[in-house]
Design a protein around this ligand. Sequence first.
Ligand SMILES: Cc1ncc(C[n+]2csc(CCOP(=O)(O)OP(=O)(O)O)c2C)c(N)n1
Ligand SMILES: CC(=O)[C@@H](O)[C@H](O)COP(=O)(O)O
Ligand SMILES: [Mg+2]
Length: 639
Amino acid sequence: MTSLPLTPLLDKVRYPADLRELEDRDLPQLAREVRDEMIDAVSKTGGHLGAGLGVVELTIAIHKVFDTPNDRLIFDVGHQCYPHKILTGRRDRIRTLRQEGGLSGFTKRAESLYDPFGAAHSSTSISAGLGMAVAADLSGTDRKVIAVIGDGAMSAGMAYEALNNAGALDARLIVILNDNDMSIAPPTGAMSAYLARLASGRTYMGFRDLGKKLTAYLGKTVDRAITRAVEHARGYVTGGTMFEEMGFYHIGPIDGHSFEHLLPVLRNVRDNGQGPVLIHVVTQKGKGYAPAEAAADKYHGVNKFDVITGAQAKAKPNAPSYTAVFGEALVQEATLDEKIVGITAAMPSGTGLDKLAEIFPKRTFDVGIAEQHAVTFAAGLAAEGFKPFCALYSTFLQRGYDQVVHDVAIQGLPVRFPIDRAGFVGADGPTHAGSFDTGFLASLPGFVVMAAADEAELKHMVRTAAAYDAGPISFRYPRGEGVGVQLPERGEILEIGKGRVMKQGTKVALLSFGTRLADCLLAAEDLDAAGLSTTVVDARFAKPLDADLIRQLARHHAVLVTVEEGAVGGFGSQVVQLLASEGLLDNGLKFRSLVLPDFWMDQAKPEVMYAKAGLDAAGITQTVFKALGQAGVGVNAAG
Ligand SMILES: Cc1ncc(C[n+]2csc(CCOP(=O)(O)OP(=O)(O)O)c2C)c(N)n1
Ligand SMILES: CC(=O)[C@@H](O)[C@H](O)COP(=O)(O)O
Ligand SMILES: [Mg+2]
């Protein structure tokens, strides 16, 4: 058994009120103990490590200075909130982070009063904070609202929409820009370069001007400590910055690891001034843990690891991941077709597009956390005859939906959408589950919507998408490993709108869309063994449907079950629409549609989530037995 870190001071702090009892001089020790606690916890659970390590001092300083939870503290994305959880009554459960029944890996309203706003998708904090600041104003309270947003998150359009609005409303909102010069990958874009220039000091004001400016903003009561703090940090209140032009009072950059600098600035901002203020804080991702500080990704997201060496546990994979297969297949196609380009919204390694970037850097675009822009940027490329692969996670594509409709689909532009993380994603929970893409894409006229049943199918779909130029086309695939099928040398071009029969039976038809196919095949074994001869079909397409094949299934089977890892409104809904409109439900066919359940499923191991959703072999088999009014459990259904 490994021993827990020694944390005598932290042991006295359950809530921020306890922290506020400490002397300022105790805080560096508290920070060391919070770091040790967090490193130990994440070494056992895995999770987002680097971002939290970088905000330990900032989190402590905010709770020390502000009256949380009455004052509202919002973390953008929320992946950096582990120190906050440790300090806000959740330390006793910190080793359950991201586990089934445990703490969420993000801020979550249902979990704590100290999480006034839930997050996991980025760049929402300034908007939410502004809403809360205006609400405070309207309610006549003097509650403070603090939004902590990273430099990566600051690349999204929503952040600017909020800054723009806040400046105009002159609301009392405190934005803390946590600038660690990192997103998941190194940040890209002009804004990132601008922040780097600010942090390097080239636009700083002189000390005398600083004094004048602070007095002008904070009033005559301005604490001398604040001017000393920013001076010592080599940071000065900047003049004429973009943030000031937008109506914010801008302080910084200051050293986000120094309590001497953080506390006076926060106290002065708390007690003085009016209107929105932006404090630019410079931090280091992974701070205080050598392996994280040295890692290229600053240990953004890690598996369980050995605290001494930093070595992460890696189970030996049984098959390549879908992401890797996609990345390699895209490189293969791009090598043969120079019109192919790749687009990622700040997720080069997560989407596998880093492979394309290695070989074709000029044809690969990391646009930052900017999914809306990514989609319309791809549309522009497609309008000029290029073949853009706009590779997004299903959950993040949601943010670009109007762009998909208005800028791609209505104009019939051949943008290719590889959709990763389709379905359950395990530890990241409901905010990251890819639930809705089939529904929101298959309802769009002219869209081709595919799902890969295994990694070989994924290769076929990459090639099919590359070859298809008649309009938008998407293909979805899940997080994690493939099923271990033999991969073809190169993908084939699939016939649009044609499914494939995997196994022919006579009584029951299982019509699968995506990687639930493997469980359909297992369920079919059990059903066959129970005397229910079962057909299994891989639909491949939710749009256009293979209408002839579906008609055959409906006419020649007693039970037809659709199976997909997506919410209601997706593949099954397309199928039932076809059946209903052609009267194929009128003759006694028992039709059932298995989809994700109608609740937000918390994090757990994917197998557990499938079972809860009734989307594993057992759930499929049971659905058939129930439809036929029979009871029965098969071998594959037992688990
Ligand atoms: C809309 C959206 N797109 C992509 C992501 C994936 N993502 C999570 S954290 C992150 C990087 C955030 O960088 P930053 O805000 O600077 O925080 P840091 O990790 O550096 O502390 C990205 C791209 C997301 N959560 N939300
Ligand atoms: C916080 C966030 O949005 C990402 O870090 C996400 O957790 C990555 O997920 P994957 O591990 O599936 O790439
Ligand atoms: Mg960052």
